[in-house]
Write a protein that binds this ligand. Structure first.
Ligand code: THG
Length: 267
């Protein structure tokens, strides 16, 4: 499983406060704890309208002061993303593109001849739709564009979209159908999701997010935007990989346990 650390996100109130107060130590600490927890990428989202690029630069510089973990640039603005690529010491991941506006044609040419990877959300041209056919149609259009720009399947992450199950009872089954279709037709594409939308408006959200994570892994999710310092979540990931025979003979599970990444904390 590829793990994207979610904690440096200006949509989280404590992070918004740190950005506002220019609390560099707060941000550096979030980078350090997530990188030490084994994150493969660190999501960096400013959520500051108007000062997106400037804030992304400040955040990315701080992350790169304390760790080598590649950056996942998270912005709804494709022009901010293209600017922020220049601040990164090494290729990372872009979060995200979609059929909306000029996102694909802004970002794909810039990353075409690089090692950058990219997450594509399966939204329609002007809105999110839970309709499976709309999502599969979006997938085909994204993959067509990827071929045009010679971006290899293995650099593409597909986010099948996770809807609140309080509002949309078929949230998981729709997700699973789209994820399975994607893996069947494009086996080298990654399936990448945030989990938290599924539990929106419901109590004990972590309980639902963890159940979703396990089911989504069976449907093909191989990359998750999570809190990597959550030991329960990490334990679920390694246990599920062993059960699904992604981790045969539990080599990864035992190794991660021995490293102290989950289970009872050793004294
Ligand atoms: N898909 C893609 N990108 C995404 C999302 C997605 N980016 C944003 C979001 N969804 C994923 N990121 C977060 C970041 C923080 C939280 C949830 C999703 C969050 N954090 C709490 C906190 O830090 O206070 C609680 C963390 C916890 O205890 O688990 O809620 O879907 N492509």
């Amino acid at each position: 499983m590829i793990i994207i650390g979610e904690k440096i996100n200006g949509a989280i109130p404590s992070v918004a406060k740190a950005i506002e107060e220019k609390n560099a130590d707060w941000i550096r600490n979030l980078a350090r704890i997530q990188s030490e927890a084994g994150a493969d990428f660190l999501d960096v989202c400013s959520a500051v309208v108007g000062k997106d690029v400037e804030t992304l630069k400040w955040l990315i510089d701080l992350v790169q002061e304390v760790c080598d973990t590649p950056i996942c640039i998270d912005s709804p603005n494709p022009h901010s993303i293209v600017e922020a690529i220049k601040f990164c010491n090494k290729p990372g991941l872009i979060n995200s593109v979609s059929l909306e506006g000029d996102k694909l044609d802004t970002v794909f040419p810039v990353i075409a001849d690089t090692e950058w990877q990219v997450i594509a959300l399966l939204s329609g041209k002007d809105r999110l739709s839970e309709d499976i056919n709309v999502r599969i149609d979006a997938l085909e259009q994204v993959m067509q564009k990827a071929r045009e720009y010679h971006i290899d399947e293995s650099r593409i992450h597909i986010d099948p979209l996770v809807f609140s199950m309080g509002a949309i009872p078929s949230s998981y089954s729709g997700y699973a159908t789209v994820a399975r279709y994607t893996k069947e037709h494009y086996p080298n594409v990654h399936i990448t999701s945030g989990l938290s939308n599924v539990s929106y408006g419901l109590p004990s959200r972590k309980t639902i997010n963890q159940a979703f994570l396990i089911l989504a892994m069976q449907a093909g999710m191989d990359c998750a935007i999570i809190d990597p310092t959550s030991r329960d979540m990490i334990g679920s990931i390694f246990a599920t990989e062993a059960l699904l025979e992604i981790d045969e003979y539990c080599i990864g599970y035992i190794g991660a346990y021995d490293e102290g990444r989950f289970g009872v904390k050793k004294a």
